[in-house]
Design a protein. Structure first.
Lengths: 214, 242
């Protein structure tokens, strides 16, 4: 307390004491406080809850288009938690089932080893990866029909991870990558568009199998 | 009699200081989840999933960024601390808004990303500067009062550079970037007005109290401390990350 007394004596404030005439009256302050509380409640329920949690009791969030934001955030949070769970344990191959159904090698161009076609509804997602050794190369080419697609071309195995490319709202892509470590390398696809999207993915390179995570 | 009033004085100071600190602690804990670099995975994750023009979403994100940006709020509190006329509040806040809008928009558009720790350390120093200014330190130490409007503008430019660095980290799609960026800027100003309203209501009650002037000294000393803490925290982050 002595310190405060000393500070008060040594510091000359830049400012002057407020002139009571300039200050809001208690009545004005009460009104402002009520307005602030009502405003905070409205923003909290009508805007914050929809935009963060996708919970929209009033429907205001939906009108503003913020409920979708909350739903996406919640979905991402769930996926991050599941991801932690999976990678906390050791990689399980039980999650994988060999994708044979959509693979139609016979019709592929000579150069492509596999052509994979699948449909994603709006909000739908899937993961398609190639099982590869370290230092192996994969060439790819893909196109989407009916809408645009988001993707994350990546891999993670045995505590290592790599992101080759991320994209959103795209309709085609091609290229290649070389694996820095052995494991399943490939795409997480998600349809954030308004229509169902048909994706055609062509692959060529040094891989032993194609796996699909649901 | 006089010693009696001094004791009362000190007690009242202590209580208000406690309330002030409690309020700050509550605010700090409510934004603690974004303390580790402001960009919450949720917002960044959402932004990285979308493309095209989303005006209302980006207004919301801009406002959220401002309201949960404790460093911007502290500086704003320092700026309006001794502004009693609404006209002055409007002038200074507009100067600050002009400053941070210019560097925010230009920074993202031209990709002037500065290391977020460095810019946040400077923003911490802006809080220290303004609180010392409020305490009359420059007049006492150097015998003159630096131009307060110029300081608000210059620090506004730094705050905008900080905002730009965060937005670049968000990685907004090129598709619709300009409109989304402008919407984000509008949101920052909306968030600033909301925060300002709350600050002015609280200051309105406080300024009516007899003890305001003496407690103002304590509050600004605390703000110097908080600003220094922010600066050290960010420099530490920079050194750890480097």
């Amino acid at each position: 307390m002595q310190l405060i007394e000393k500070l008060r004596d040594t510091m000359q404030l830049t400012a002057e004491k407020p002139d009571p005439a300039l200050l809001p009256t208690p009545k004005q302050l009460r009104r402002s406080t009520i307005a602030a509380v009502i405003g905070a409640a409205f923003i909290g329920i009508g805007v914050y809850l929809p935009a963060e949690y996708g919970f929209d009791p009033t429907g205001v969030g939906n009108v503003l288009g913020l409920t979708e934001m909350g739903e996406i955030k919640q979905q991402l949070a769930r996926e991050a938690a599941e991801d932690d769970l999976i990678h906390g344990e050791d990689q399980s191959s039980l999650m994988h089932d060999i994708l044979g159904l959509f693979v139609s090698a016979a019709y592929a161009e000579e150069t492509w080893q596999d052509t994979i076609t699948f449909v994603l509804e709006p909000g739908g997602f899937t993961e398609i990866k190639a099982t590869m050794e370290q230092g192996a190369t994969l060439f790819y080419s893909w196109t989407s029909e009916g809408g645009r697609i988001n993707f994350d071309l990546h891999a993670h195995a045995g505590g290592e991870s790599v992101t080759y490319e991320k994209g959103r709202g795209q309709t085609d892509g091609e290229g290649s990558f070389v694996t820095p470590f052995a494991g399943d390398h490939g795409w997480f696809w998600r349809n954030r568009d308004d229509e169902a999207v048909t994706l055609t993915l062509q692959l060529r390179g040094d891989y032993s199998a194609i796996v699909r995570d649901e | 009699m006089s010693s009696n009033s001094t004791v009362l004085h000190a007690l009242a100071s202590r209580r208000v200081t406690a309330i002030f600190l409690t309020a700050l602690a509550l605010y700090a804990s409510s934004v603690a989840q974004v303390l580790a670099h402001d960009v919450t995975p949720g917002d960044a994750g959402y932004i990285q999933e979308i493309w095209g023009v989303h005006v209302i979403s980006f207004i919301y994100l801009g406002a959220k960024h401002m309201v949960t940006g404790y460093d911007h709020i502290l500086f704003l509190l320092g700026v309006v601390f001794f502004l009693y006329r609404m006209k002055d509040v409007a002038i200074y806040v507009s100067i600050f808004a002009l400053g941070h809008s210019v560097t925010m928009l230009a920074g993202v558009w031209f990709g002037w990303g500065i290391n977020a720790y460095i810019i946040d350390a400077i923003i911490g120093l802006s809080v220290v500067y303004k609180a010392l200014d409020n305490l009359g330190a420059y007049r006492k130490w150097f015998g003159f009062q630096p131009n307060t409007k110029a300081a608000t503008l210059i620090f506004g430019l730094f705050h905008g550079t900080g905002l730009a660095s965060k937005i670049i980290e968000y990685d907004i799609s090129e598709d619709g970037l300009l409109w989304n960026l402008l919407a984000f800027n509008v949101g920052v100003e909306v968030g600033q007005i909301l925060a300002l309203f709350a600050i002015l209501v609280v200051m309105g009650y406080w300024r009516r109290s007899e003890r305001f002037m003496s407690q103002a000294v304590v509050a600004n000393v605390i703000m110097v401390g908080l600003g220094l803490w922010l600066t050290v925290y960010q420099i530490n982050g920079f050194l750890t990350a480097a």
